[in-house]
Design a protein around this ligand. Structure first.
Ligand SMILES: Nc1nc2c(ncn2[C@@H]2O[C@H](COP(=O)(O)OP(=O)(O)OP(=O)(O)O)[C@@H](O)[C@H]2O)c(=O)[nH]1
Ligand SMILES: [Mg+2]
Length: 239
């Protein structure tokens, strides 16, 4: 069973109950101590009995909300788990493409959505976000030593394994760029038959649409380089 974690912080205005009614894959909606009517909307979405909810009474931030959600999904018996931004900037229609990658190649454990504006795709992202994102992605590639294009896309799907449990066992040290930290943990795990890098697949999305109402403030962008340095020191620094 695949279970998709949807972190929600004050998302009453952006959650789309119709989209949840239509999607085939069950979701675990995590309310992260929202102060608006998010819980009511989540209750309504979960009425059909397919989707589940996890209520965190105080706000712990996206990183910890996603981690708690993934651990709950694994505990509930999911064999594939992922996370998906509540604004559905990546539409649910992309989920089968993520599953297809894991179906096709058993060496792959992590599938990351990548927002690459190729011809024939519908990737609508503001140019300022795009260029800041390219600079950040270049720094991330250098720190991880991995030619990853887009760590920050809010759509990811993982095969459940002992390794996945291991990298989720402890809270992340970063609040904003935990996606990078998750990859840092993965590639520093002991290596088996397949190299850690070869277990990761970036899937260029067909559609991605910037949705207004982002909770990311410009000041948060300034924190990203510092968090990246902390990740470098923690996972790649000399002992
Ligand atoms: N649990 C939790 N989730 C959060 C928090 N802040 C944002 N999120 C969730 O993170 C996801 C993405 O949030 P957005 O505000 O859309 O982020 P964004 O700035 O648009 O980022 P992009 O969509 O990648 O451009 C949504 O599912 C939010 O509900 C938080 O404090 N706690
Ligand atoms: Mg968004």
């Amino acid at each position: 069973m695949t279970l998709i974690v949807v972190p929600c912080y004050n998302e009453a205005g952006r959650l789309d109950p119709d989209a949840f009614a239509q999607v085939q894959t069950p979701c675990l909606l995590v309310d992260d101590g929202s102060t608006d009517r998010t819980r009511e909307v989540i209750d309504r979405i979960c009425e059909d009995g397919r989707h589940r909810q996890l209520i965190l009474t105080t706000n712990v931030g996206k990183a910890e909300a996603v981690r708690q959600g993934l651990l709950t999904a694994i505990h509930d018996g999911a064999t594939r788990v992922g996370y998906w931004d509540a604004d559905l900037a990546t539409p649910f229609e992309e989920i089968p493409r993520f599953n297809a990658i894991l179906d096709r190649d058993e060496r792959i454990d992590l599938v990351l959505g990548a927002r690459i504006n190729l011809l024939g795709r519908e990737i609508h992202r503001s140019s300022s976000r795009h260029y800041v994102g390219r600079i950040f992605a270049t720094a991330v590639s250098a720190v991880l030593g991995l030619p990853v294009y887009d760590t920050q896309c809010g759509a990811k799907l993982f095969q459940v394994s002992e390794d996945l449990r291991t990298i989720l066992a402890e809270p992340f040290i970063s609040r904003w760029i935990f996606d990078v930290e998750l990859l840092a943990r993965w590639i520093t795990l002991p290596v088996g038959d397949v190299s850690r890098a070869d277990q990761i697949y970036e899937l260029p999305l067909r559609t991605w649409q910037d949705v207004s109402g982002s909770k990311l403030h410009p000041v948060d962008l300034l924190k990203a380089p510092f968090e990246l340095l902390r990740i470098h020191a923690r996972y790649f620094g000399s002992p």
